[in-house]
Structure formats: structure tokens, C-alpha cells
Design a protein around this ligand. Structure first.
Ligand code: CP
Length: 327
């Protein structure tokens, strides 16, 4: 277990995470990764805690891996399903959250299609006495911190499976390609990668990648080749049609021809290059189907596997601090 203290009640953004905090998450996730290799994959760390998942927007990976992570930590879990809830009777989001607070929730995992909802719920929980920790599981185009952390863990574990740590990314070139404008994953990854010392290169059509992203410390490219040249890792992102309010690309076919990641396009990268995608994937659009399934080049399945250990780490750190629990 990590020895440095963990001081955060909420995890809402990676923008203000220090490298030391990122390393606590990596180290803790690595310990849980070892637990997950055992025959008995469960530990009593959160035995007395109630974890609630409040997903107002659909999810496969994040919701299920948070539920599995909480169960592996022996927490009680309540999953809120908006479609069959009293939201349809006019109950507000805050009153919904307060209902779970009244039931004794210790941790709330929130996803919402609008930016700022997890922050709003966290402020309300603080106002109610500060017992509940809130984790942003993706809010609009803003951030998706647990995805950024699991991507970081996947990269660092690839570089050193025994001791994943941010230092390993110092000077490594990471290309992030796709719909940056609408991507909460891109924003969270940008913060964690830059804090880790990686060189972040962003590539997309100008309509999906404003020049202002350079002010965050990344290099902006509107052509793909310079972004991929000598890259150690290529992170691809989904075209997020549900968040586009106008036609920002001529066609999916043309997008794939100019910005789709294929084996051929990886030839300019480092020989050890690996490809990532947070999922869900539009196969044959942002990433060719054969490349996504390539067991050597693709880390997509590994990202999903890493998600459970990283989310166990976050729940553990937020729910218990770093006190020794004899893992
Ligand atoms: N990467 C991600 O957030 O996937 P889900 O939408 O399936 O949770």
C-alpha cells in the first residue's frame, strides 16, 4: 500500500492532482491488481461502507467496473437506475442524491450528461456534513477522472508491470487522436499525462480541436502524421455524435481516411507503439477493427481490466484512507 497520505474526500477532476497523488493511486491499484490475481479476489476493506452508483447517462464499463470494484472490497452497493426512478415524477437530481445520503451512503459515483453535476452534488454533500465522498464518473464534456487514472495505470504497467509510476512517462510521446472538443476523457488524460511529464500531442480536424488546447501544455496538430511520428502510445477517441450540435465532419468515411488509426498509420511511430481507446469504439471509424483486436498492438482490453483495480484503489482511498488493512 502507498505510504503517502491521501487527503481527498471527492475526486471530481484530475486538473489539480499532483504527481505524488497520481503515484498513490498507481501504487494502490497495483496492490489491488495483485489481489485480483488471487483465487479469492475479495478483501474486507470497505465491509461497513455503502457505495451508490448514480448514472444518469448510459455506461457499460464505468458503472459495472465500479460495482465490481465495490463488491471486491466487500462494500454494500446500490445501483440507481434513472429510467425506473422517481426522476420521472419530477424529483430533482439533488433530492435524488439526498435520498441516498439519508440511506447512509458513504460514497457516490456520479455520471451525468451535463458538466458540473458531480461538483454540484459534492457541494451539497459537504453542506450536509461532509460524510459522503463523491466521484465524478464522467460529466458532459468536462472530465472522466477514473478513466484518466486507469489509462495512466495501463501505460505505466505496460512500461513496468512490477512498479507502475508516473516517472516512467517522463519524455514519452503520447498522441491523443479524435473528437477532443467533446471528450471528457481527453481532458482528464491531458492533466494526468502532463503532470507525469509526458509529451502530449493532440490530433483532429480543426472543428474538433481548438487551438486553445495548446495553453494546457499539449501540442495541437490538424494533420495526423506529425502527431504520430515517433509516438510511444496512441490514444484514440470516439466521435461523440450525441454531444455534437452540428455537422463537424464531412462524413465518417472521410474522417476514417484522414484520422482513423490503422496498422499502416502506425508505421511512423516507435516500434513498441501501443494503441488505446477508452470505449465504446466506433469500429472502422476512429480505429480499424483489426487493430482494435490485435493482441500485440492494442491495450483496449487491458484498459478494461485495469479499470477494476484502479476503481478499487479510488474507492479504498476515498472510503478508508491509507490505513493498513492487511491486503
Ligand atoms: N469509457 C467509458 O466511460 O465507457 P462507458 O461509457 O461504457 O462507461
Amino acid at each position: 500500500m502507498a505510504s503517502a497520505p491521501w487527503t481527498r474526500r471527492h475526486v471530481l477532476t484530475l486538473a489539480d492532482f499532483t504527481a505524488a497523488e497520481l503515484d498513490i493511486v498507481l501504487q494502490t491499484a497495483n496492490s489491488f491488481n495483485e489481489v485480483l490475481q488471487r483465487q479469492t479476489k475479495k478483501v474486507p476493506a470497505l465491509q461497513t461502507k455503502l457505495v451508490t452508483t448514480l448514472f444518469f447517462e448510459s455506461s457499460t464499463r464505468t458503472r459495472n467496473s465500479f460495482e465490481l470494484a465495490a463488491k471486491r472490497l466487500s462494500a454494500d452497493v446500490l445501483n440507481f437506475a434513472p429510467g425506473t426512478s422517481s426522476l420521472s415524477k419530477g424529483e430533482t437530481i439533488l433530492d435524488t442524491a439526498k435520498t441516498f445520503w439519508s440511506m447512509g451512503a458513504d460514497l457516490m459515483i456520479i455520471r451525468h450528461q451535463s458538466s458540473g453535476v458531480p461538483q454540484m452534488i459534492a457541494a451539497e454533500m459537504d453542506r450536509l456534513g461532509g460524510r459522503v465522498g463523491v466521484l465524478n464518473a464522467g460529466d458532459g464534456c468536462h472530465e472522466h477522472p477514473s478513466q484518466g487514472l486507469l489509462d495512466l495505470f495501463t501505460l505505466c504497467t505496460f512500461l513496468d508491470p512490477a512498479q507502475p509510476r508516473t516517472q516512467l512517462l517522463m519524455g514519452k510521446k503520447v498522441a491523443i487522436v479524435g473528437d477532443i472538443l467533446h471528450s471528457r476523457v481527453a481532458r482528464s488524460n491531458l492533466w494526468s499525462l502532463i503532470t507525469s511529464g509526458a509529451e502530449v500531442h493532440l490530433a483532429a480536424p480543426p472543428t474538433l480541436l481548438p487551438q486553445e488546447f495548446e495553453s494546457f501544455g499539449a501540442k495541437v496538430h490538424w494533420e495526423l502524421a506529425p502527431a504520430l511520428a515517433d509516438a510511444h502510445f496512441v490514444m484514440t477517441l470516439r466521435l461523440q455524435h450525441e454531444r455534437m450540435t452540428q455537422n463537424l465532419i464531412p462524413s465518417l468515411r472521410e474522417y476514417h481516411q484522414r484520422y482513423g488509426i490503422t496498422r499502416d498509420r502506425l508505421k511512423g511511430c516507435q516500434p513498441t507503439v501501443k494503441v488505446l481507446h477508452p470505449g465504446p469504439v466506433n469500429r472502422g471509424v476512429e480505429l480499424s477493427s483489426d487493430l482494435m483486436d490485435d493482441p500485440v498492438l492494442s491495450l483496449v482490453s487491458q484498459q478494461v481490466t485495469s479499470g477494476v483495480a484502479v476503481r478499487m484503489a479510488l474507492l479504498y482511498l476515498m472510503g478508508s484512507g491509507t490505513g493498513g488493512l492487511g491486503l
